[in-house]
Each structure stands twice: as structure tokens, then as C-alpha cells.
Design a protein around this ligand. Structure first.
Ligand SMILES: [Zn+2]
Ligand SMILES: [Zn+2]
Length: 416
């Protein structure tokens, strides 16, 4: 009897333990279940003394659906939402967070490789069409010459998108198409480049493929997130990273993986890994030296074929808390602890309105379309929508479309 009750107790305690491990005790087949160990974007209040970091891109310049290039969203309890890099492909992950675009207007670029800034295109235009009322603000480092700096890049970005900008300015509203760029000296060490409402961001030189790249440290509520950007092991990250809460540092694929999977010639593979990026072993050495509360490795394709090799490399030199980052991984940082979860988000995200609204189109702007092109509209195609549009206009108390008779006069009737 005694043996039996011990066995029953042992069974019950293991049962309860397992139930808790799966996310708490489910007490009823119809009730809501407790903690699922995932983050549903937009469903949790961010505490005043809390930082939430979401990986919107963790991969490589080569595109793949499962992993975009570098982008980390840092949300702080004061309401700030700051992007560290916005690499190619990351915008779709950012959009899946369904954060109103009025809040997504601050981007800090670690350097000007496209896998760290390529989707500035998507944020700039997608945010504009999705209701961002304000200009985009971009911070980034200078370069060895003015042509290698962020101001030059953003100036030419606006030239590159000129047709897009002029036509959207006319059709939507002009202000969200503006970009204000703050370029700072890449040589600065522990240099404050942003300080507002309790958030401080400092920059540090990084060593990568040329002068310019930087690392960023964000401090808020007595906590810190240190983001390396692309760099080899460097003395600044080690000196100023000591004891940070969340240390996000690149850890590249080791050379054999670059040869096997990326088809790189061995002479490029070893340099890419270990001469202008940080190898897993070096990443581990950095972390065991600075001892962050939690380390995050990114900048490798994180899949069955590769993750164990990268992990084992890191574990040769570091045995502390570690996340092997992949897209949509989320960390909540408080004084009490740091959690790692995966965000569960929709593939079919719509933009979410905030409190601010864009102004209507600005009157008096020159129409970027000539009469010769405009008058080529085919009248029957337009008349086909009259009924639907009349109803829409009425329902929304919009002005009657008095432009119609005038436009129709010029149009082809379709019979000529
Ligand atoms: Zn790079
Ligand atoms: Zn990179």
C-alpha cells in the first residue's frame, strides 16, 4: 500500500511537472489555456521598466523566405520603437507585428551593406501608404569620405526613389516621404547619438570591411541592449559590453558551412567567417569575457544543417545564457529576468491605424501626369465604376465627383 501511494505520488508529481512545462495547468477542457510560451504581437502591455526586442531579420544577404537580413526592433517602456538595421526582406516581418506606422519612424543603421539597410525602401514607401504621418528619421555613421557616409546614401536613396516620391507626394500627401538623416562620426567611442525621454543610444566603431560600421548600445530604465552590427571581435564591444543585459552580436557561419552550403571558395569562406565577420568560437569568447545577462547570436542561416555547427562552435568558448536567433524571436528584458519566445503572427498582416492621421493631398502641387497621357483614359472603363463609386461617395459623405464630366469630355468614347 505504502509502495503504491509512493508510486502514485511520483506519477502525479511528474504529471503536474509536465503540465507546468507545457504552459501551466489546464483546468477545464473549455476554458482558455494558460501561458503558451509564445508572443502574440499587440496583446501584451509593455511595462514601464521593460524592454522588448524582436528579431525581424537575422540572416544573410542571400534571400530566403524563412530568414530575412538583419533587423532588430527595440521597444522600450516609454513608448519608443527603435529599429537597429532594416535589412533586405525584414519589412514583411516588421509588418507582421502590426504596429501602427506612426511609431515606426526611427532607424539606426549599423552600416550601409544592403543586408542591413535594403528594406528601408519598404519601410519608407510601405509606411507612407499605410498611414505614417511623419517623415522617416535615419541615424547612421559617417565614412572615410563624404561619399561613404549615411547622409550621402540617404541623399541618393531619395534620388533613386524620386519618381516614386514625386508621384506619391502628389497622390497621397508629401510629408511622410521626407527623410531626415543624422550622420555621426563613426570614430566616436561611447558617443551619445540619441538621448530622449529616458532612452540613450551610444555608438562604437565596428571593424568590418571598411571604415564606417558601428555598434549601438541602447540604455533604458537601468538596462542595456548592445547590438554589434557587423564586426570582427573588437576591443570596444568587449570594453563597453561588460555586464550588459542583452548582447546581440553577429556569429557568422564557420568556413566549412560556407563552402558546403553557400558554395563559397575556401579562400573567401575563411575570410567571410573569420576575417571580416565573427566566427562562432570568437563570438563565444566575447560573451564569456563580457558576461552579459543573455547573449544573442545572429547573422547565420539557422536551420537543421547549420545551427548545431554554429552552436557547438559557440559552446567551445561560452557556456552562459544564449539564444540562437532566428526571425520573429522575441526577448523581454526586465530587472527580474530575460525571456526568449517566438512571436506568433499572421502572414496576412494589414497595417493598423494609430492615433495620428495623414493630411489630405497638398493643393497646388504640379500634376506629374501630362494631359496627353491623362486623356488616354478609356471612358467605358471609367463609366463602368460610376454606380459603385457614387454609392461609396454618398456613404462616406464625400464631395460629388464633379471632376467627372470634365474628364469624360476629353476621353475616348471607345467607339473611335
Ligand atoms: Zn556587412
Ligand atoms: Zn551583414
Amino acid at each position: 500500500m505504502r509502495t503504491l501511494s509512493i508510486l502514485v505520488l511520483a506519477f502525479l508529481s511528474s504529471y503536474v511537472y509536465q503540465a507546468l512545462a507545457a504552459g501551466g495547468v489546464v483546468t477545464s477542457p473549455t476554458a482558455a489555456a494558460p501561458d503558451r510560451y509564445v508572443y502574440y504581437p499587440g496583446t501584451e502591455t509593455l511595462g514601464k521598466d521593460e524592454i522588448r526586442v524582436t528579431a525581424c531579420g537575422t540572416g544573410l544577404p542571400a534571400a530566403r523566405r524563412s530568414q530575412a537580413a538583419t533587423c532588430f526592433l527595440v521597444e522600450t517602456g516609454n513608448g519608443d520603437k527603435i529599429l537597429f538595421d532594416i535589412g533586405t526582406g525584414s519589412m514583411a516581418n516588421l509588418a507582421a507585428m502590426m504596429i501602427p506606422y506612426q511609431y515606426l519612424d526611427k532607424v539606426f543603421l549599423s552600416h550601409l551593406h544592403t543586408d542591413h539597410m535594403g528594406d528601408i525602401l519598404g519601410l519608407w514607401a510601405g509606411g507612407w501608404t499605410s498611414g505614417r504621418p511623419n517623415p522617416l528619421k535615419v541615424w547612421g555613421p559617417s565614412g572615410a569620405t563624404p561619399e561613404m557616409g549615411t547622409a550621402y546614401a540617404m541623399d541618393h536613396f531619395l534620388k533613386f526613389v524620386n519618381w516614386d516620391k514625386v508621384t506619391r507626394e502628389y497622390k497621397i500627401t508629401p510629408v511622410p516621404g521626407q527623410v531626415s538623416t543624422t550622420e555621426f562620426d563613426y570614430n566616436g567611442v561611447d558617443q551619445v547619438i540619441y538621448r530622449e525621454d529616458g532612452v540613450t543610444i551610444r555608438s562604437y566603431p565596428a571593424i568590418h570591411t571598411g571604415d564606417g560600421p558601428v555598434s549601438y548600445k541602447l540604455e533604458y530604465a537601468g538596462m542595456s541592449v548592445f547590438f554589434s552590427g557587423d564586426t570582427v571581435p573588437n576591443k570596444w564591444f568587449v570594453k563597453y559590453g561588460k555586464g550588459v543585459d542583452l548582447a546581440i552580436h553577429e556569429s557568422f557561419q564557420a568556413p566549412p558551412q560556407l563552402v558546403k552550403f553557400y558554395n563559397q571558395p575556401p579562400q573567401l569562406a575563411w575570410r567571410a567567417c573569420c576575417e571580416f565577420h565573427t566566427s562562432p568560437q570568437s563570438f563565444g569568447k566575447i560573451m564569456s569575457t563580457i558576461k552579459p545577462r543573455h547573449a544573442v547570436a545572429f547573422h547565420f542561416f539557422n536551420e537543421e544543417g547549420t545551427r548545431y555547427g554554429v552552436y557547438e562552435g559557440i559552446r567551445e568558448t561560452y557556456d552562459g545564457p544564449l539564444s540562437m536567433a532566428t526571425d520573429m524571436m522575441v526577448w523581454n528584458v526586465t530587472k527580474e529576468g530575460i525571456t526568449e519566445r517566438m512571436a506568433v503572427s499572421t502572414d496576412d498582416a494589414w497595417s493598423v491605424p494609430g492615433t495620428a492621421r495623414q493630411p489630405p493631398p497638398e493643393k497646388g502641387r504640379p500634376n506629374p501626369m501630362s494631359a496627353a497621357i491623362n486623356n488616354g483614359r478609356w471612358r467605358p472603363g471609367f463609366e463602368a465604376q460610376d454606380k459603385m463609386l457614387d454609392a461609396f461617395m454618398k456613404e462616406n459623405n464625400l464631395e460629388k465627383m464633379d471632376w467627372r464630366p470634365e474628364m469624360y469630355k476629353e476621353m475616348e468614347t471607345g467607339t473611335k
